[in-house]
Write a protein that binds this ligand. Structure first.
Ligand SMILES: NC(=O)c1ccc[n+]([C@@H]2O[C@H](COP(=O)([O-])OP(=O)(O)OC[C@H]3O[C@@H](n4cnc5c(N)ncnc54)[C@H](OP(=O)(O)O)[C@@H]3O)[C@@H](O)[C@H]2O)c1
Length: 254
């Protein structure tokens, strides 16, 4: 396998940061992005002993900033082999009828618009890499399975799934692979963000069970990116053993 650059969005926390560490361990050059530049700086310092690291402070919702950041990539980081579209968030776990419209917009702007902004900016570079290139999109079990409080978050991840499949159709013949990686419950800063900083709620969600860890998903990302060039995983849904579905809810009198 020819090694190339891995471009990771949302590398300041959770899956993205764990993926940066996993790919660095195998010597992949990294382009790491996120809004929190201090964290990017710290991660760069941590990983520079293992590989070359380039950081971009970037809000994926800003299409022009994304385009400029990609155009500004130094030549040594220009040949992208793997794009990990990971930046994303859930907000407002309460019922749809109580959610502020702004929170819905933020999820759509990040999980849908942000993901297409980055994909659009990098697609020509991935096609130039050709055989063995990958786009790995972070979907979610919420994109396939409904649950209360998922409203726009789940819908945005359903978009990620269908966009991934549709991209495969258009990229057929280019060698570029596309995967929708759909994790279940995983302990990161995800719930802290979702509850707008409620550490107690976050701790309660992960207490007394065994959620996925960020490193578990990083291993899946690395596995997908390093499969033989002729294999494409279309969708990979990963849950912890201690998570499953519930019965249908029924509204009853009384
Ligand atoms: N944890 C779970 O249970 C779970 C399950 C299924 C799917 N997922 C998905 O996995 C992905 C990663 O989530 P995580 O669990 O690792 O959460 P996390 O720890 O909160 O990390 C989210 C990352 O996304 C970045 N991000 C958010 N908004 C951004 C923006 N506008 N521009 C650029 N970067 C942005 C954050 O960086 P900055 O704040 O520095 O910008 C951060 O690095 C998300 O797409 C999430 O929906 C998570």
């Amino acid at each position: 396998m020819t090694q190339g650059v891995v471009f990771i969005t949302g590398a300041t926390s959770g899956f993205g940061r764990a993926a940066a560490r996993r790919f660095a361990r195998s010597g992949w050059p990294l382009v790491l992005t996120g809004r929190r530049s201090e964290r990017l700086h710290t991660l760069k310092q941590e990983l520079e002993g293992q590989t070359r690291v380039h950081t971009l402070t970037l809000d994926v919702r800003d299409a022009e900033a994304v385009r400029e950041a990609v155009e500004s990539l130094p030549e040594a980081f220009g040949s992208i082999r793997t794009l990990i579209n990971n930046a994303g968030l859930a907000l407002a776990p309460e019922p749809a009828q109580r959610v502020a419209l702004e929170d819905w917009h933020t999820m759509i702007d990040t999980n849908v618009t942000g993901l297409v902004n980055v994909t659009h900016a990098l697609i020509e570079r991935l096609i130039a890499t050709g055989s063995g290139a990958s786009i790995i999109n972070l979907g979610s079990i919420a994109g396939q399975w409904p649950y209360p409080g998922s409203h726009v978050y789940g819908a945005s991840k359903a978009f990620v799934q269908q966009f991934s499949y549709n991209l495969r159709c258009d990229l057929l013949g280019t060698g570029v692979r596309v995967t929708d990686l759909a994790p279940g419950i995983a302990e990161t800063e995800f719930t802290l963000v979702r509850t707008k900083g409620d550490q107690t709620a976050s701790d309660a969600l992960y207490r007394d069970t065994t959620p996925l860890e960020a490193a578990d998903i990083a291993e899946q990302l690395y596995y997908i990116a390093t499969l033989p060039d002729h294999i494409n995983i279309n969708r990979l849904e990963v849950m912890p053993t201690r998570q499953a579905w519930s019965p249908f809810a029924v509204d009853r009198d009384g």
